[in-house]
Write a protein that binds this ligand. Structure first.
Ligand SMILES: *Cc1c(COP(=O)(O)O)cnc(C)c1O
Length: 356
């Protein structure tokens, strides 16, 4: 549970730059709020939790995160309701996943009060940064990384934990064209695919760049051995609708356990009465369903875009086009529900919203 006992020292900026931001052109990840939350780990303890003005900071050229990749993060959002109240969406899920990532990367876990109080106090400090426009939100980026100045390969003894926030605009996602990747691999069993660790993203840039050169927007990752099983859609979880059933790859250590994925499944099953299957799905099954006219929709699910519709997938030199979507499409119905809950316009019966 969160406690009131943890003392967070707050140093406020003398020069807020909120007035310099064009609220109509927020984009994604371009602007950062005035303050960040910081805590440092040494001698087995997270210490000195504090809120300070956003600013550059110095690191050693030998900082081990730069060389050996002990670095993890989270991505989450806070929303402003019409009455001005601010709510985060399922932050305890991000807290749990952050510590699962930490454990896999041999990094110290963060106590719940440091994570949750850090979030709440930071958002309260920068409450004017939570935008109110339609579809706008405050994107929240907790991050932890190894700071020990040591070039020998070893587990770092010291770490920094920070929370950065960024006001973001309506993320309108044009339907995307995706390439089913059959050469490069995002994750393998026993690896780190389930963790939000920096190397997973660095390794995906080249395959994505090559796919873009061929005219696609994004990659569909397949399993690292046979390249026959679907795994994820870029940095989102993959959802397919075949014969009115929502099908998504079952969780495994190669798949990131998305909070949007989990919420989509709950809404589909419990609120919209849609049949959901979490199971292995092959590219062949997808092609077969397409050819028989039974593949209705494909979309990615993740915090940034919520639902990113897919208009076409390429596989082994051939392109397969999907039918166009409308308000009755499962992806759109789920998105409407999820957006309504997050903006406070639809009752939050699953208790997902957390008041700041
Ligand atoms: C963050 C992420 C997701 C989506 O997770 P959410 O909790 O829904 O934002 C899916 N796949 C990968 C690889 C990710 O990094």
């Amino acid at each position: 549970m969160t406690t009131d006992t943890m003392h967070i020292e707050v140093t406020k900026t003398k020069h807020s730059h909120l007035s310099e931001i064009d609220q109509t052109k927020l984009g994604f990840g371009t602007y950062f709020s005035d303050h960040i939350f910081v805590s440092n780990y040494a001698k087995g303890q997270w210490k000195n939790p504090r809120i300070i003005p956003f600013a550059n900071f110095e690191v050693s050229p030998c900082m081990s995160a730069l060389h050996y990749g002990q670095s993890i993060f989270e991505g989450m959002k806070a929303y402003r309701y019409d009455n001005g109240d601010i709510y985060m969406f399922r932050p305890l899920e991000n807290f749990k996943r952050f510590n699962q990532s930490a454990e896999r990367m041999a990094m110290p876990t963060i106590p719940e009060d440091v994570f949750m109080e850090g979030l709440v106090q930071l958002i309260r400090t920068d409450k004017n940064w939570v935008p109110s426009g339609k579809g706008c939100s405050l994107y929240i980026r907790p991050v932890a990384f190894a700071t020990e100045a040591h070039i020998g390969v070893k587990i770092s003894d010291t770490y920094d934990f920070m929370i950065i926030t960024s006001p973001v605009g309506l993320y309108y996602s044009q339907p995307v064209k995706v390439l089913v990747e059959t050469h490069f691999t995002r994750a393998v069993p026993g690896g780190v695919g389930f963790a939000k660790t920096s190397g997973n993203y660095g390794r995906s840039h080249l395959p994505t760049k090559l796919a873009k050169e061929k005219g696609y927007d994004q990659i569909i990752w397949t399993d690292g051995y046979s390249h026959k099983y679907l795994e994820e859609s870029g940095t989102m979880n993959l959802m397919c609708v075949i014969n009115d059933t929502l099908i998504t790859p079952e969780l495994h250590d190669t798949i990131l356990n998305g909070i949007t994925r989990k919420s989509v499944i709950t809404l589909a099953r419990e609120d919209l009465g849609i049949k959901v299957e979490e199971r292995k799905i092959t590219v062949d099954e997808l092609v077969d369903a397409h050819d028989k006219g039974k593949l209705q929709e494909m979309f990615g699910a993740g915090t940034a875009a919520t639902i990113a519709p897919i208009s076409l997938f390429g596989y082994n030199g051939k392109d397969y086009t999907l039918p166009s979507t409308n308000e009755k499409s499962i992806g759109n119905r789920i998105k409407k529900e999820l957006d309504g809950i997050r903006s406070g316009k639809i009752a939050d019966k699953h208790n997902w919203m957390y008041k700041v």
